[in-house]
Design a binder for this molecule. Structure first.
Ligand code: AMP
Ligand code: MG
Length: 353
């Protein structure tokens, strides 16, 4: 067991923030593993150059060692020591989207980062988070910080420090608590195809539509929606993620048919003595009768839904839900990321009615 420190920095002014973070930054520098807020979800950080430190991330999370980590930086100048020369398009994307939830896969400079970070690949995913506390911590630590989401592997990502402690208390050195995160879903991961094109390896906070402004032919990798025949372009694609403890099924189709199907399933499950849950949009929330019914807000405001998703999945666990049914949403804008996470949480069980 490790003692997990908690640094509460919510609403701290700049000076207080620096003081509170000094200890966390010090531990990061010394090979500690520290959870911290970003604009996407809470990350679990370690010095990306230090193999013993990075190893502790994998151990704390129970993460498979072939799934590489994203490296977080606070300043563009840090890039040159981490990666080899890259196309102008990547620089343009950084100008436009950094700091922000966009991870760009770039050719790694050999020998600088721990091999555990890249999982043996010749590339590394890098991003600059758009969160003042994260940036202040990264500046003070003064090193590139490898940070996956701060949850046990396979569990929903944490959008509150309490979620981090639920999963990792006693397994990490500390958590910087700055209240709820912003987007609520992880960053968009992209790779460049040649000099001019973009392929999305994981949908996230920066939408396909926004990326198409920079590269009109940008597209979502087919491995995300179909079973890849060869090795996936991004190792994380092959893992079931974000799952609640109960069995989740997504239901897609005409809204009246969706309501009828879900309610019939819930009623039958309850008759069998199972504890049930429904995850639905505000528009139809009142139509369901189940042990737990949770709202993702309006289906017309998917940014807000993204923000609510992971906390809702954890709430079903708290309620002991054994069977859960969820409505689907449009795949435009942030909806693509939302449906991607829902499908992963459901182990791709999607019923068309
Ligand atoms: P997480 O750390 O849980 O946010 O997951 C990071 C995601 O980024 C995983 O899906 C990884 O497979 C993906 N990723 C990280 N580095 C690379 C890379 N060099 N090439 C492709 N995908 C990557
Ligand atoms: Mg994760």
């Amino acid at each position: 067991m490790t003692t997990t420190n908690i640094w509460r920095v919510k609403k701290a002014d700049d000076n207080r923030l620096r003081e509170e973070l000094a200890q966390a930054a010090c531990q990061l520098k010394d090979g500690g593993v520290i959870a911290f807020p970003t604009e996407t979800v809470y990350g679990l950080g370690a010095d990306a150059r230090n193999t013993a430190a990075v190893e502790r991330i994998f151990t704390a999370k129970g993460r498979p060692s072939d799934n590489p980590l994203i490296v977080h930086i606070a300043q563009r100048e840090q890039l040159n020591e981490l990666v080899l020369p890259y196309p102008q398009l990547a620089a343009d994307l950084m100008d436009h989207f950094w700091p922000g939830p966009l991870t760009i896969v770039l050719p790694v400079r050999p020998g600088v980062l721990s091999p555990l970070v890249t999982a043996g690949l010749s590339t590394v995913g890098i991003r600059m988070p758009d969160h003042p506390t994260a940036l202040a911590l990264l500046v003070q630590a003064g090193c590139p910080v490898a940070a996956p989401s701060a949850n046990r592997s396979g569990r929903p990502s944490p959008t509150l420090a309490e979620h981090v402690l639920e999963d990792l208390d006693g397994r990490i050195d500390g958590v910087v608590d700055d209240g709820p995160t912003g987007v609520g879903l992880e960053s968009t991961v992209i790779e460049l195809v040649g000099d001019k094109d973009i392929r999305i390896l994981r949908p996230g906070g920066i939408t396909l539509e926004a990326l198409q402004q920079a590269a009109p032919a940008a597209e979502i990798d087919s491995g995300i929606t179909e079973e890849p025949e060869t090795a996936p372009r991004s190792p994380g694609m092959k893992y079931t993620h974000y799952a609640p403890q109960g069995e989740l099924e997504l239901v897609q189709g005409d809204s009246e048919a969706v309501v009828a199907y879900i309610q019939a399933q819930v009623t039958a499950a309850r008759a069998r003595g199972e504890i049930t849950g429904v995850l639905a949009f505000e528009e139809r929330l009142g139509r369901y009768e189940s042990d737990t019914v949770l709202s993702l807000g309006s289906e017309l405001e998917l940014d807000a839904a993204a923000h609510l998703l992971y906390a809702a999945l954890r709430e079903f666990d708290g309620a002991g839900a054994q069977r859960i049914w969820a409505e689907c949403c449009s795949i435009h804008g942030i909806g693509a990321a939302l449906m991607n996470r829902l499908a992963k949480a459901a182990g791709n069980r999607i019923i068309f009615v």
